[in-house]
Design a protein around this ligand. Structure first.
Ligand SMILES: Nc1ncnc2c1ncn2[C@@H]1O[C@H](COP(=O)(O)OP(=O)(O)O)[C@@H](O)[C@H]1O
Ligand SMILES: [Mg+2]
Length: 363
């Protein structure tokens, strides 16, 4: 087993997507384990603390409860002697996808698969994400950002600016969330305040967007410096929009892979997906979600997800399968990309330290 890569798969987390993360991790562990890859499971329990490798393995293998972490277990201490080659953070949403976990892994010295701290944070915060997309001149629906203090102190002015800038229906959403948690479709101005208050339960910043009647198309992106885009796929929502119920409870939505689209639209989607990936400075992998407006046939970027759902039936890997990269090979590729990206970062850090030492000697 000399050349086996040890990959610590970090899953669970304190977010609404805890259970989805377990499903993603279970799929990855089953598909990735080979004579080249050894998966070491590391579950962050719902209370935000890590569980021992043994208990984490039981969560994956037997669905054991993951409510509580282990008081006397330290991931950091464990990692010093665990001989891990790379960490695969697979926690969706807050605390996993927003740079916090990436920063922790970096701080304890573990190379990491996927986006680093900055890209994760920018990708997670819908206001910053849109600013990055706007700087790259990528198409988006009109929106108005609303900060909690503005809303509390100047509600009338904020409401007026929304009414003047946007057409009904609106979509109101927290800047940092995911899984459609806190998202409301607003059909009359009288319902705006309730939707903003609801979104403010999840973040102190919300967005009001022009709601459009659109097909929802997603593209998978893979790579570091030369990211590639997969074929697009389409989500057929089972409810009025692709809300939390639809994603995780009713399961009536369907994936159409590849999406039925003319070649030019497919090409445009792939091009914008790569541009979006670059705009936030993502690395490794990300899923880029679009709206294709019915009637006008115009494309709008909705969002980038730097840790997309990763079960073997999730959109991200399914799109790669349709683009002729099968699930187990995709995981190997991600491991390679993560190691490459981290190695370059470590080399640069070493170079910087050497330069600094040189400067000190000179002075
Ligand atoms: N501007 C919009 N127009 C039409 N539908 C929207 C709009 N914004 C969000 N939606 C619907 O709400 C869902 C969740 O919104 P999204 O911004 O993707 O949040 P999340 O990050 O929670 O997935 C989308 O998949 C879509 O169905
Ligand atoms: Mg979404």
């Amino acid at each position: 087993m000399a050349n086996t890569l040890r990959v610590v798969l970090v899953f669970g987390g304190r977010s609404a997507e805890h259970d989805v993360s377990i499903l993603s991790a279970r799929s990855v562990a089953a598909a990735a384990s080979s004579d080249r890859v050894e998966i070491v499971p590391m579950c962050m329990a719902k209370d935000g603390r890590f569980m021992t490798v043994e208990r984490s393995a039981a969560v994956l293998a037997r669905g054991e409860a993951s409510d509580r972490g282990d008081d006397d277990f330290s991931f950091e201490v464990w990692s010093r002697t665990a001989d891990v080659d790379v960490a695969f953070p697979l926690i969706h949403g807050t605390g996993g996808e927003d740079g916090a976990l990436q920063g922790y892994l970096e701080t304890i010295g573990l190379p990491c698969i996927g986006s680093g701290v900055t890209a994760s944070a920018v990708g997670m915060d819908k206001v910053h994400m849109k600013q990055a997309f706007a700087a790259a001149k990528l198409p988006m629906v009109d929106f108005v950002p609303v900060a909690e203090n503005e809303w509390r102190n100047e509600r009338e002015r904020v409401t007026r600016s929304v009414v003047n800038a946007l057409r009904l229906p609106y979509f109101v959403k927290p800047a940092n969330s995911g899984s459609s948690v806190g998202v409301t479709k607003v059909k009359s101005d009288a319902d705006l305040a309730k939707a903003v208050e609801f979104a403010l339960r999840f973040d102190d910043k919300v967005l009001v967007e022009r709601g459009i009647d659109a097909r929802e198309i997603e593209v998978s992106v893979l790579g570091n410096d030369q990211p590639q885009a997969s074929l697009p796929g389409e989500i057929l929502a089972g409810r009025e929009f692709y809300d939390y119920e639809d994603k995780y409870i009713e399961n009536k939505s369907q994936l159409v892979i590849p999406a039925k689209l003319p070649k030019e639209k497919t090409d445009e989607l792939r091009r914008i997906a790569v541009a979006a990936f670059r705009a936030v400075g993502a690395s490794g992998f990300a899923r880029v979600d679009f709206f294709l407006e019915r009637g006008t046939n115009r494309l709008f970027l909705n969002e980038i997800n730097t840790i997309p759902g990763f079960t073997n039936i999730s959109m991200y890997p399914k799109l790669w399968e349709a683009t002729e990269l099968k699930y187990s090979r995709l995981i190997e590729k991600l491991i390679e990309l993560g190691i490459e990206h981290s190695r370059r970062r470590a080399d640069r850090l070493k170079g910087a330290m050497e330069w600094l030492e040189g400067e000190k000697r000179l002075s």
